[in-house]
Design a protein around this ligand. Structure first.
Ligand SMILES: C[S@@+](CC[C@H](N)C(=O)[O-])C[C@H]1O[C@@H](n2cnc3c(N)ncnc32)[C@H](O)[C@@H]1O
Length: 224
């Protein structure tokens, strides 16, 4: 497992150019490492971010863009007083099946869709949209920009939007442009560092793979 986790981490850091071809999830070991390690890590980080930003109650529907294992949508739904329904969208067949399982484990009403988020249709506003660690995997700049215009337009029609990416700026060179639009729209940008007690298995894998997640970090854009 720790070998697979190292391979997965290297796919995200050193072999980023392969992400668009699905390199991160192309083997059973990496998929297991993604579900067992990054699933809980992203869940915990998203939960802390939502607790730290005021008034993030999700409303009736959450749309989890590039849902992966469904960690971000599940974190938002379970920090909301009245659990909303969740729509998870991902291009990867394994991810959508895994997300359906995650949402079910949390007792959430949910639907998953296998689709490219730059082309998919999703429920009309007002919904709560989360894109956690997924926008940086959209390598087609024109498609990413079009998605961004659509997201911002939807916030004007009542959607809430939470975008999360790693602190490393090189991962998302477009971040500064997105941030300026969010600030102009009355939203906020934050950088986060949380000390969270990790589940024992996550802690063990962290050490075994030579990683260091004693502090969970990330940056976010929020339009409420
Ligand atoms: C690093 S994972 C993050 C998953 C999840 N949001 C989380 O926080 O754990 C990125 C996910 O985005 C998905 N993805 C990347 N580009 C996509 C696209 N254009 N359309 C749909 N899904 C996409 C990948 O398949 C992958 O599951």
């Amino acid at each position: 497992m720790s070998r697979a986790l190292r391979a997965l981490s290297s796919a995200y850091v050193e072999r980023r150019h392969k992400l668009a071809e699905g390199a991160a999830l192309d083997g059973a070991g990496k998929r297991a490492a993604f579900a067992l390690f990054y699933g809980p890590i992203h869940f915990l980080l998203v939960r802390e971010i939502l607790r730290a930003i005021p008034r993030t109650e999700a409303g009736d529907t959450i749309v989890d863009l590039g849902c992966g294992t469904g960690a971000a949508g599940a974190a938002w739904a379970t920090t909301s007083e009245h659990p909303p329904r969740v729509v998870g969208i991902d291009r990867h067949p394994w991810a959508v099946a895994e997300a359906a399982w995650t949402y079910r484990q949390f007792g959430l009403a949910a639907r998953v869709e296998r689709a490219d988020v730059t082309r998919a249709q999703w429920p009309k506003p007002p919904v709560s949209i989360v894109a956690a660690y997924s926008a940086n995997e959209i390598v087609d700049e024109a498609a990413r920009d079009a998605l961004w215009r659509q997201l911002i337009d939807r916030t004007r029609r009542g959607d809430r939007l939470l975008v999360i990416e790693p602190l490393a700026r090189s991962v998302a060179p477009w971040w500064v442009r997105w941030r300026d639009v969010v600030i102009a729209a009355g939203g906020r940008e934050d950088e986060w560092r949380f000390r969270v007690e990790l589940p024992a298995i996550v802690n063990k894998l962290d050490k075994a793979a030579g990683l260091d997640h004693q502090e969970l970090t990330g940056r976010s854009l929020w339009v409420g």
